[in-house]
Design a protein around this ligand. Sequence first.
Ligand SMILES: *Cc1c(COP(=O)(O)O)cnc(C)c1O
Length: 446
Amino acid sequence: MSSPRNPSAAPRTPTVQHAEQATPHSPPPMPDWYQQGLPHIWLPYSQMKTAPAPLAARSTQNARIQLTDGRELVDGVAAWWTACHGYNHPHIRAAVQAQLETMPHVMFGGMVHEPALRLASRLSALLPGDLERVFFTDSGSVAVEVAMKMAIQYRLNTGEPKRTKMLAFKGGYHGDTLATMAVCDPEEGMHHLYGDVLATHIIAPLPQDEESEAAFFKLLDEHAHELTAILTEPLVQGAGGMLFHAPAVLRTLRAAADRYGLLLILDEIFTGFGRTGTMFACEQAGIVPDIITLSKALTGGTMALAATVARPHVFEAFLSDTPDHALMHGPTFMANALACASANAALDLFETEPRLEQVAAINRHLTEALEPCRMLPGVKDVRVLGAIGVVELEKIANPDALRQRFIAENVWIRPFRSIVYVTPAFTIPPEDLRILTDAIYRVLST
Ligand SMILES: *Cc1c(COP(=O)(O)O)cnc(C)c1O
């Protein structure tokens, strides 16, 4: 079979089709690492039998991605919504490099360090209200799991052990792990196949009108005794299809949580750090959740880091002489010093560069430039909030094929479900932003 010198010799079955080519005439050969490594990679959310070959990225700069074949794409996604300061921002790079010199990582059990503690106090100051106790993790899904564990153990510690369920919402997305899949939209979600093995929580329509509000309060009357928390993404349900709701909905949730003695958990992993026009989406509703989760843009897309932040009354339920009352969680790489250094640098940039003004300028451009798409055949809705622009179609028959058409326009836009959307870096130059919106109009009109 495979020789020792080449343990990665040809796989038996082809896994992906040939990489798309720069021109029909002279496809530049893909680099060795690509050809040798691709048969060993399992890509996310991909049917590996039919997925188009992944692009080979070589370098990034601000809102652009350079490929190994010489092409350059304008990035409409900002690395899954993380790179809000643009790629390779010199200030973040310098901070990570400096941290690398002194201490890349140290365990966070029984030991703390400056980048993490500085970040925790800065997040507390930045977040609304008294959200001031920070638990660091290394991915968004785990941050949500920690929030769920906090909410469940909060009840155990306060003598209400039957109240373990979450009330979450249709259209929601909170992560890919087994615990977080159970609070995502059960049908629309990417996880319906796992239905039978997931924990059961209560998933309701968001209370957005009289009818859904009545249903929501009826559910609470029936189920509050077994619920610990209400969980939602505020203002925008991202991965569920970029669905927007009004700030008033969040005020309804806050009032309901207070009335029924529930915790309110807001998952701001996507919306946090300026994406919806304010630093945090919940500011637009003037409410403070009991627990908030953050990740994605926290480090400006440079390092993996997430945080679950609780208010004092949640934290205090864990203070006890009973060892069982401590929060039992601790990821190996929690509060990684490089990641915390890059997050501190990313927070600096909100102070030293006009980020929210840039978001407002992107908002004006998206509002104007995407509006004409409404007239195109097959377009169901056009909506813009902060630096999020969405064109919803009646249906996208083949998202992979549509993505390839965007690549042919030299833009990186990933349609999913029935939407084409952009969430660019806040630092995207106006010319690049126009390239994105022109490409959307052109591709959708032909
Ligand atoms: C991306 C996302 C998550 C999951 O984060 P990962 O880092 O991918 O685990 C959870 N909640 C929301 C709202 C997200 O957008």
